[in-house]
Design a protein. Structure first.
Length: 449
């Protein structure tokens, strides 16, 4: 794909990173709009644009066009994610059915990522990578038509008036947060190629502006909360240890999960020199592990302590980058790589269900769209930061490798192994945060009488 659209080496991760970047930066705004205009309406709009821009990706002729269309697709999916959370919380009462609904939704993202890598590899070596986007656009269109007919509305909504538009949504807070996230994520994506780029004036300027924006955001929501006005994410929420800990955990787990998945693909293609189709076949255990994790999470999350469930799931997921870090390229696939693929999605899937149940319980019914936006913002930014930071580590270590040919499998392996250890450390840090911050959380997803 990169060769076909003349995508430069330093932009290799951008089609993946920019999607997460634009999605993560607009989720809070989308959540606010879902609460104001209706979750069903925004979900349908997002589905429509997602289909259109996915089709456009398959028609792209240059690397810049591909990156641009992926960016717009990220904005489109940001309309769907918080809307879906709001629809679930209103359609299902607290208890087992809501737990299963969140588990099913949570499985879609990591499983879709894994299946996309697998099927994409098959298409690349057969009918062409463009058909991956074309077929995805067709599937999205079918989902849009199904949702248009059968997706339920959420009760009777008040008409959208100018007064409601101005007074019921914290637009300033949402824009300040989105601007901060956009600038930081952009700089991190730039640093994927070389950490030394942080010294460039434009990157220093963006980081400085982002510092002003986050300071302004903190001050603004503090003012809103003090005056009893809507605040997109009230500062008082961060005093809740469970909320803060679950947000940190989501950020690190989704960063580690996505980075491990992407690095594993590079490992198979550039170190073991496998074809795209052979690489895709080796990813097949990933969606299987994800499905099993979601089934278990949906069925038992209301029966066990949330911190225990997270500890077990994250510990199992941590085995994925650990196995990839110690694997010898000459070893049989079944020794390490099979188990690494199988384990990787377990942490992200389990955490999705538990964190959504917790976060939505802390927001009032009228702002469930924003609640969904909070979770998905953290997850998507974690993904973007994880991809960018792991890529930067791999590039830096490979550049310092003693091997003369920096494109050789040996030199690349040094960089990939360093990044796998970094992902393992992220999982380890998540375990520490869970023990510290979630030990008193008890059970979540319990039916309310």
């Amino acid at each position: 794909m990169a060769k076909d659209v003349n995508l430069e080496g330093n932009l290799l991760l951008w089609p993946a990173s920019v999607y997460a970047l634009t999605c993560g930066c607009t989720l809070l705004l989308s959540g606010a709009m879902a609460d104001l205009f209706g979750a069903r309406q925004l979900y349908l709009l997002g589905c429509f644009f997602q289909s259109a821009f996915t089709l456009a990706c398959g028609l792209a002729n240059t690397g810049i066009q591909l990156i641009m269309f992926r960016a717009f697709a990220g904005v489109a999916i940001s309309m769907c994610l918080p809307s879906a959370v709001s629809i679930i919380t209103h359609a299902f009462p607290s208890g087992k059915r809501r737990n299963i609904a969140f588990a099913s939704m949570g499985g879609g993202q990591p499983i879709g990522f894994s299946v996309g890598l697998s099927v994409g590899g098959v298409f690349t070596d057969t009918i062409g990578w463009r058909w991956g986007f074309h077929i995805a656009a067709i599937i999205n269109t079918v989902i849009f038509l199904i949702a248009l007919k059968w997706l339920p509305s959420i009760g009777k909504r008040e008409p959208v008036t100018w007064n409601r538009f101005v007074t019921e949504v914290d637009w300033i807070g949402a824009f300040l947060a989105s601007g901060f996230l956009a600038m930081v994520s952009y700089v991190l994506a730039i640093l994927t190629d070389s950490l030394s780029d942080i010294k460039k004036p434009e990157n220093i300027a963006l980081l400085a502006i982002s510092g002003v924006l986050i300071g302004g955001f903190i001050g603004w929501v503090e003012r809103q909360e003090r005056l009893g006005r809507p605040a997109i994410i009230p500062n008082s929420l961060w005093k809740n240890r469970s909320f803060t800990s679950i947000c940190i955990s989501v950020f690190m787990v989704w960063g580690a999960f996505n980075a491990t998945e992407q690095l594993s693909s590079f490992y198979l293609q550039y170190v073991q020199r496998l074809s795209a189709i052979d690489t895709s076949v080796r990813f097949l255990p990933a969606p299987v592990g994800g499905v099993l994790a979601n089934v278990v999470a949906g069925l038992v999350v209301h029966r066990v302590r949330a911190d225990v469930a997270i500890l077990i799931a994250v510990a199992l997921a941590a085995l994925s980058p650990l196995l990839m870090a110690i694997a010898d390229p000459a070893w049989n696939y079944w020794y390490c790589i099979f188990w690494a693929m199988f384990m990787n999605a377990i942490g992200a899937d389990t955490l999705f269900t538990i964190s959504n149940l917790l976060i939505t319980s802390l927001f009032p019914s009228r702002t469930q769209g924003v609640a969904g936006g909070v979770y998905n913002t953290i997850a998507q930014i974690g993904k973007s930061v994880g991809l960018a930071s792991s890529g930067a580590i791999a590039s830096a270590v490979t550049a310092k490798s003693g091997v003369a040919d920096k494109e050789s499998p040996t030199a690349l392996l040094d960089g990939y192994r360093a990044s796998f250890w970094y992902c393992f450390a992220l999982y380890g840090a998540t375990l520490v945060v869970t023990v510290w911050g979630l030990r008193k959380i008890g059970k979540v997803g319990v039916k309310k009488e």
